[in-house]
Design a binder for this molecule. Sequence first.
Ligand SMILES: Cc1cc2nc3c(=O)[nH]c(=O)nc-3n(C[C@H](O)[C@H](O)[C@H](O)COP(=O)(O)OP(=O)(O)OC[C@H]3O[C@@H](n4cnc5c(N)ncnc54)[C@H](O)[C@@H]3O)c2cc1C
Length: 423
Amino acid sequence: MGTVARMAMNCKPVPTLDERINDIRMRTAEIVNDDIIPNEGRLWAERREGESFHERTAVLELRADIKEKVKKAGLWAPHLPKEYGGMGLDFLAHAYMNEVLAYAIGAASLFGVVAPNSGNQSILVKYGTEEQKQQWLMPLIDGTMESGFSMTEPHNPGSDPRSLDTSAVIDGDHFVINGHKWFTSNGIDADFFIVMCRVTEKDAVDKKSGPMVQIIVPAATKGVNIVRGIGVWGRKESDHCEVKYEDVRVPVANALGRVGEGHQAAQDRLGAGRIFHCMNSIGQMWRAFDLMVERAASREVHGGVLADKQFTQGAIADSYIDIQTARLFTIHAAEKIDQGLQAARTDISAIKVYVPAAYTRVVDRAIQIWGAAGVSNDLPLWGMYQGARTLRIADGPDEVHKILIAKNVLGQYAKGEGWDFGN
Ligand SMILES: Cc1cc2nc3c(=O)[nH]c(=O)nc-3n(C[C@H](O)[C@H](O)[C@H](O)COP(=O)(O)OP(=O)(O)OC[C@H]3O[C@@H](n4cnc5c(N)ncnc54)[C@H](O)[C@@H]3O)c2cc1C
């Protein structure tokens, strides 16, 4: 990060939390402050032209060392049950841990929780057979395999998943899959995809009927054609892939859960995924805030430090309000998820709208206060800005979530009851 100072995260025990969660937070903060933030520039640097094999290997070794340290500290895979090598945390504890680990850019992957693998792991845990778990889940957890989740189609609105028309026709003991997907993240590295399909008859006229199912498709199967890594935000290529599935044959035993459960499985996956995104956003906002205040306190403009100007004070105060409201709302939703995913659906949608918008505002202000440096590659703010904006679309755009909130609220009033904000 060039000449920019790297402030350590100030994370002290929270008096209202139990010892177990505080201990997890403090140990997470130690790794973030001692091992990740001081190495950020090296850990995530783009592969440089002319970079030697030795230099690249040193980066990969550094990542492996930090992962080993995380595992030794018992902080690996907070989202997974203990029997699968994870921490077995409930959502509330995870939310409190995640806001700390997400303070450092890219740290989630060093703690073993990174989309889309984390979501795929969770549905394999819930819906997978014992054989599927051995073949796909365990290698995904120990990091020897990568995966993608292939649901969105270019010719159908992702906002309305029931419109999808990738077909899976049963032929003996195999599915034959045909469809066109895009924005399948991690598609370049994935060893397998979980593909959302409809089970239909061969030559079906109505392509949009038929029960939904998620099918595990090894990337090396004949007919899995990666068309391109779609360029995003001006970059030539990304790992969000356009994929054509052309007469792809996989055993019927690769169905994840029962035929007809596909939509529900996707909702389970996305429900958890959405709160993970929000937890990550909180840590990143915290970081952007530290950067903003640090700069405001040191930059001299027009005969005084920025911090003395009321415009700057307004930006700091508004950001404080944005972070704390987003944070407490996310913690509230996590607490609710622990009481059942269904009960939390309104709040999950609400934070999915609120948090990325608050994140965008906070990063925007931090960029403004840093001036030109704010958009430079010396600081992580540009990436946060793009990430925050993208989040307003990925995993369901704002409008879809607002519709769901209103539907749940109106449904409650239609039953003759008001909304109970305390529960
Ligand atoms: C970076 C990134 C990564 C992604 N990763 C994955 C992945 O790994 N796997 C995967 O399957 N998908 C992935 N997606 C796709 C994502 O889930 C979809 O983009 C999202 O669901 C929206 O679908 P769409 O792009 O087809 O937009 P559309 O459904 O065409 O919607 C376009 C816009 O219409 C508006 N809109 C929608 N419904 C309404 C309404 N009822 N009223 C008013 N306005 C409305 C919204 O503003 C919306 O943004 C990813 C997307 C991005 C950007």
